[in-house]
Design a protein around this ligand. Structure first.
Ligand code: APR
Length: 244
């Protein structure tokens, strides 16, 4: 049976869909992926995102964070794939999105139950007193940005290498996998752990798995249906078939 037809049937027959997304879903919004030929890590050494490096070189780390992340994030808008997941939530089919992305595009597309597994770039947190601030371009004009209360260095509220996954994200992920019957995986290599375990855990719990990715990944062996295509193309085709 053609993969698209099978995926459409799986979605139609599911009641509690969970989405799991990676950088690939935001590529068509203008945010480069991390890995692969044109990935960020082919141009930049990721060690500036090591937590220990950030604490010992906050200015240098911030210079790269600002150029690499906030440069792209500021301009990016949700695309058809983000909106597709928001629509599935709206019609009561999808119960939550677990994302590795820190770009806030799922929320901007209207998704309300988003688990930010790697945090979110829209907030800054003081490394000294824990005060939390909303991100504004003005706040990072001077780097490193400092806390208004205690002058401690502010850190973007996303997960650096060597930093643990937020407990709340782990708890909410557990809740979604407990209830879910279908996992739709969009745009991840599945190479970064513990996030990469989520599709495997879903499979072990008896959930069906649909993967959308123009390339095979670590997730592909666990997929019941592999849609070898770009996120927006798959979203458009599935929306059409589902009559959304
Ligand atoms: N549509 C769907 N998938 C795509 C598209 C697209 N248009 N373009 C690329 N992809 C796929 C690639 O084939 C690849 O499998 O998206 C994936 C991107 O992989 P990565 O760049 O490794 O991103 P991700 O898996 O999310 O990385 C995980 O690594 O660097 C850390 O914390 C960072 O959250 C990130 C984590």
């Amino acid at each position: 049976m053609d993969a698209i037809i099978k995926a459409t049937e799986l979605i139609k027959n599911s009641k509690n869909i969970v989405a799991f997304t990676g950088a690939g879903i935001s590529v068509e919004s203008g945010i480069p992926p991390f890995r692969g030929e044109n990935g960020l890590w082919s141009k930049f050494d990721p060690s500036f995102l090591e937590l220990s490096f950030f604490y010992s070189n906050p200015e240098e780390s911030w210079r790269l964070i600002k150029d690499i992340f906030y440069e792209y994030f500021g301009k990016a808008k949700p695309n058809k794939a983000h909106y597709f997941l928001a629509k599935l939530e709206k019609i009561g089919k999808l119960i939550g999105v677990i994302t590795q992305n820190i770009d806030n595009l799922h929320q901007e597309a209207g998704s309300t139950n988003v688990v930010e597994y790697h945090g979110n770039s829209k907030y800054l947190v003081c490394t000294k007193c824990g005060e939390k601030y909303n991100f504004t371009p003005e706040r990072i004009e001077k780097i490193p940005p400092l806390c208004e209360k205690c002058k401690g260095v502010l850190k973007p509220d996303f997960i650096f290498f060597g930093e643990g996954i937020p407990v709340e994200a782990i708890r909410k992920t557990e809740e979604l996998l407990e209830k879910g019957d279908l996992l739709i995986v969009i745009g991840t290599t599945g190479e970064v752990y513990p996030a990469g375990l989520i599709p495997i855990e879903a499979k072990n719990r008896g959930m069906f798995v649909i993967e959308i990715n123009p390339d095979v990944s670590k997730v592909t062996p666990y997929a019941d249906v592999f849609l070898k295509m770009k996120a927006t193309e798959a979203a458009e085709t599935l929306e059409h078939r589902l009559g959304l």
